[in-house]
Ligand binder design. Structure first.
Ligand SMILES: *Cc1c(COP(=O)(O)O)cnc(C)c1O
Length: 353
């Protein structure tokens, strides 16, 4: 892959905005900063935040055994995904490939940026159809988006299918690992160096319990990171989010919480497997379960009437009559399990075993 051939012409040519803080970051002695038109009265937030989020990146780099030069942070994964499209895809000319049923944002971002979204359905096992994907590629295909573990199906893609796509496609392959910390499989980060066309995205929104902070993480080669840095808004992670994320990451509550969530996932699977209205429980590597039920609209409504909101995924391809249920706390799971028992008496008169 030659990165120069994939970058959009205007991005290649543009000179990025240079923020006041970028230019003088190497100064270690205390300086008087009169360069950014800030209010000088200290209140903890009167200064612009670090545009390169060095403290936060150092922690993330250290935990994941990568160098901070291989990291870019965004205002949620949404922003990093959008940056990838804007850096590499020429509107009204280029295309991307996505594999439905999958995360809806890839298609939405493609639409916003006037980029064609070529959809190649997953197979019946919710695995990538590698041959069909490669057949869908043309000279204007810039990016293939893989979501593993996949949302909403919950499964991970097999190593062999991912490797084939990485080897056979000459553009960029994005692996969205939003749910990787719930998975028995390892992250693809360990092979980042072997594939110059690989981009991995993760997030602090799910396992790390910081959805409210909006912090998405992108890992890629230094060359790719440099291109994305050219177009990212200079202060894209606000000061409060950077500070809070650093604090929370140092508390290290993630592994314990993930373990607890996986215990509840097993309990819920067990309870659902006894319900006759549940026709199929798909294997999950994530903090949610996809189930096929007798009548998704009916069951969705039934959940709502009992004060529980789940996600109806019926309108997605291959997901007819499917509901996606996130895993909650122990107490929430106990309530859901009690509720499932009452679904016995529903109009449809279908009973739990
Ligand atoms: C939840 C989710 C994300 C996270 O998005 P953020 O903008 O970081 O909150 C990314 N990808 C997938 C597939 C998701 O389900």
């Amino acid at each position: 892959m030659n990165l120069e051939n994939i970058i959009r012409e205007n991005v290649k040519k543009l000179s990025p905005y240079s923020s006041a803080r970028d230019e003088f970051e190497q100064f270690t002695k205390p300086m008087i900063y009169l360069d950014a038109n800030e209010n000088p009265f200290s209140n903890g937030m009167n200064r612009y935040p670090d545009p390169q989020q060095k403290e936060l990146k150092a922690i993330i780099a250290d935990r994941n055994n990568v160098s901070k030069e291989n990291i870019l942070l965004g205002n949620g994964s949404d922003e990093v995904l959008d940056l990838i499209l804007r850096a590499f895809c020429e509107p009204n000319r280029d295309n991307i490939i996505t594999l439905p049923p999958t995360y809806g944002m890839y298609g939405v971002l493609a639409n916003i940026n006037a980029i064609e979204n070529r959809e190649v359905l997953l197979n019946e096992e919710f695995q990538p159809n590698v041959e069909a994907i490669i057949n869908a590629v043309d000279n204007n295909t810039k990016i293939i988006f893989l979501c593993s573990p996949n949302n909403p199906t919950g499964n991970s893609f097999t190593d062999s299918s991912v490797i084939k796509i990485l080897n056979q496609f000459k553009g960029l392959v994005v692996i969205d690992e939003a749910y990787i910390d719930f998975s028995k499989d390892e992250s693809w980060l360990s092979v980042l160096k072997d594939f110059p066309n690989l981009i991995i995205t993760q997030t602090l929104s799910k396992a790390y319990a910081m959805a409210g902070l909006r912090i998405g993480i992108l890992y890629a080669s230094r060359e790719i990171i440099a291109v994305l840095n050219k177009i990212k808004p200079p202060y894209n992670i606000n000061g409060l989010s950077q500070e809070t994320a650093v604090k929370k990451l140092l508390q290290s509550t993630m592994p314990t919480q993930v373990r607890k969530i996986l215990v509840e996932r097993n309990k819920l699977i067990e309870a659902l497997s006894k319900c006759l209205f549940v026709e199929k429980i798909y294997p999950s590597d994530a903090n949610f379960i996809l189930i096929k039920v007798d009548d998704a609209n009916f069951r969705y409504q039934q959940f709502i009437e009992n004060g529980v909101v789940v996600r109806n995924r019926s309108n997605q391809p291959l997901c007819e009559n499917c509901l996606r249920i996130s895993i909650g706390t122990k107490e929430e799971t106990e309530q859901i399990i009690e509720l499932l028992k009452t679904f016995n008496n529903a109009e449809k008169s279908i009973i739990c075993r």
